[in-house]
Write a protein that binds this ligand. Sequence first.
Ligand SMILES: [Fe+2]
Length: 425
Amino acid sequence: MADMPLPSPKATGEVSEDMRADEQLMETLEDAAYWRKVCPHLHVGEHERVQEAAQAAKERVANWQTQAETKRGEFAENGFFHMTPQDLGLGEDDYLERIHALALGVVRLMQHGWPASFIFIYDEAWILVAGASARLEAATGGSGFIGDMYAWYVEPDHGQRGWGPHRDRMGSGPESFRADGTSKLSTTWLALTDAGPNNSCLYVVPATADPLFHKADRQDVDPLAEIFANDPQAYQSIRALPAPAGCAWHFSHRIIHWGSHVARRSSLGPARPPQPRIAMSWVVGDAAYEDPAFPREANLPSPPVHLRVAFVAGQIVAYGGQTKLRKGFRTMCFRFFKKHSQLFTEFYRDKVEFIHFCRPAPAPEVHLKESSRKALETVDVSKLEFATPQDDSKLDGIKGMFGSDSSSEDEDDNDDDDEEEEDNM
Ligand SMILES: [Fe+2]
């Protein structure tokens, strides 16, 4: 991707004030025209294009059964497998341009003040998911779309790093595997820029080196420490999973994985400085094991725009705890999610609400920019206090956004300190 440089997400000079995230009303979030203006090179709500991609994917999979069988074997044995741009249905000739368009979309969103995961509002992201779906189903042993979409931008600076070692489902045990050894839940992690050891690519402990891979984890045991305590040589089994832009790794919900620290420039030797690592992921699985986030039949392959936005908002609530966000952002996301929560399955609604209400209590102060105060002129600001399970009803009917809470783990009263720092998988 060296020949396709990306602007900095901090280059906000060309973004007009009225387009910034913190100047929008909730109604604007449902307006495809707003999102088209944020990323004019991408599309929103052209459902036929997504449907065509899904249909083409179904037709292609017939010629891919041998490869699917090989990957299924790797999946059962190691807990992960690699996918090329062609495996993902990205095509031969223009896939780098398509991937770069998504990477640029992430940057444009961030320039406007939106987290990277809002890339899933755009058709191009859903085209990608639809284009990979049939082959993923074949390679995993039958998994379909579940949800859990997220995207990341890792600054190419030392000190930035990925999420710490974790399994995606700590409590899942033997019941979460099929008879052939394949996992009933798994994640596709797609690189939108070249990801390597210098800029926080994925690392895993393969299933073959993990004696706890098929067992549910105990609350009082760190599974990673347990592996190395029992077998110090297991360190040598750790695998770095670099991925050129347009390539993906697909891995089990039980595999221990993390993203590395970005390398110090002084340690790079003759290599060029690290590039930003931009990636997106989504989860597939057996719907009999875990409900999808929303009903698949009615909404796939191209969900309505308001569902896409509400889903991203739900994801920010569910996983934003790993991420520094501006004050009030997660609560705004929760309010938007609540407004559309009837679109989602009970399982997903419960998950988002559980995580939201289990967060630590915020500082009570109200921080609103003057322009946002104007937008909220009809709203009783006193209602924008942090919600608790007892006063859940207060969330209904609030039209504005960016209320009073401080959802960042690093609470700070400085309104200028509104940079995101996304820690990454
Ligand atoms: Fe993960």
